[in-house]
Design a protein around this ligand. Structure first.
Ligand SMILES: [Fe+2]
Ligand SMILES: [Fe+2]
Length: 401
């Protein structure tokens, strides 16, 4: 049961296909809607004119590529969606669709991570055969909608923290890698490195990892061994590769040389390990733990900006902020028009003008039609951040809508 989403060059578009997204900035092409059914010859012509630019088609909502090639079917004869499912569809936005799909991918990746940790705990060879396909799924989801994938890996409950943290770091590293120009097999390696970076935690007692309070010096010494323990485990795995070994061993190094285990500084820490350090800290501090509630993403970015000197690579951190945004996905914001909205995704332009979904008016809380709005257009602007708890909003449910 594969994903219904498929990426093809626009030149191979056909009538009856359902286009979920066009790669690149949507205003660069003549379609005003980002998702649509290719229902007439005119739309098909415009779409094919995009040539090698890639499009994502949804094969559940429209036709797939396979079947007899029909280079230019007559629009009169081509039914709009001959095999379109007649089952009632949940009325969900495209963003909501992406969230639900990303959740399924996250759950599969979490099971794969769990198996890895179980094997490591038992001292067995790690089951890594299906990791490339799991990572490819995560990477596809990131290519389609990074905001959706990154928000579903962030929202985790305390019990499955270790496995989901691994998946989250994998997703963050691949998303960041895409921004920094990594591609192909390198992206898969980044994902693998993210999934495996904390495998050495199997050598630290659970009571220490989940301790609700300050660690004593002995416990702290035990935690600090996890990069080396992980490296020892991965060294025996031919499928792990040098990037995974490197990130595992050095994701707790800091650019000023105050990290562990080797007190490496600056350039002595590889680029991928510096990426790992940023993704790891961001996910750790935005997650709920037994001893503390996670920070909201916007707050996490603000704190990390304070620490960046000496801790993180400046250029990589800036790319990371661009990825997550000043107002990350799921942030509740107050608009100048006295309306409350939730941030869905970052726009191509400034991180101050994301795409939002309108929720209600202020101060009376009158619900608004859940309309999406691109603040980049300049029709409204953000004037503040609001606490979802104060408004009784459940962000995960809102994202799924
Ligand atoms: Fe770690
Ligand atoms: Fe970690």
């Amino acid at each position: 049961m594969g994903s219904p989403l498929k990426k093809i060059p626009a030149s191979r578009a056909m009538l009856g296909m359902y286009v979920r997204r066009i790669e690149g900035k949507w205003r660069d092409h003549p379609f005003w809607r980002r998702s649509f059914l290719v229902a007439d010859a005119e739309a098909l012509k415009l779409l094919r004119a995009l040539g090698r630019q890639e499009i994502w088609i949804d094969t559940h909502k429209g036709l797939d590529e396979e079947g007899p090639a029909s280079p230019q079917p007559s629009p009169e004869l081509a039914p709009a969606t001959p095999d379109a499912p007649s089952a009632p569809e949940v009325a969900r936005s495209d963003f909501g669709d992406d969230i639900v799909r990303a959740e399924a991918i996250r759950d599969r990746a979490k099971l794969a991570a769990k198996a890895l940790f179980e094997d490591a705990r038992m001292g067995r060879a790690l089951r890594m055969e299906n990791l490339p396909s799991v990572i490819e799924e995560v990477d596809n989801a990131i290519a389609l909608n990074p905001a959706a994938m990154l928000s579903v890996v962030r929202l985790k409950n305390k019990d499955d923290y270790t496995y989901l943290h691994s998946v989250a770091v994998a997703a963050l590293m691949m998303a960041l890698g895409r921004r920094l120009g990594f591609e192909g097999a390198e992206l898969t390696e980044l994902g693998l490195a993210g999934l495996l970076h904390d495998i050495g935690k199997v050598g630290v007692p659970d009571a220490t990892l989940n301790k609700p309070g300050r660690l004593d010096p002995l416990e702290w010494a035990s935690v600090r061994q996890h990069p080396q323990i992980g490296w020892d485990i991965l060294r025996r795995e031919s499928a792990a590769g040098p990037m995974a070994l490197d990130v595992c061993l050095h994701h707790h190094e800091k650019t000023d040389g105050s990290g562990y285990p080797h007190k490496l500084g600056g350039e002595a820490i590889s680029r991928v390990a510096r990426m790992g350090a940023i993704c790891d800290v961001y996910d750790a501090i935005t997650s709920d733990r037994p001893y503390k509630r996670g920070w909201e993403p916007a707050e996490a970015i603000r704190r990390m900006a304070e620490w960046q000197e000496g801790h993180f690579d400046r250029a990589i951190f800036h790319a990371f902020v661009k990825l997550i945004g000043i107002y990350p996905t799921g942030t509740l914001v107050r608009l100048a028009s006295d309306r409350l909205a939730m941030v869905l995704s970052q726009s191509g332009g400034s991180s101050l003008t994301p795409t939002v979904r309108l929720l209600c008016t202020l101060p009376d809380g009158e619900p608004l039609d859940s309309m999406e709005m691109e603040l980049e257009d300049g029709d409204d602007r953000i004037v503040g951040i609001e606490d979802p708890a104060q408004w009784n909003f459940q962000v995960p449910q809102l994202l799924r809508a």
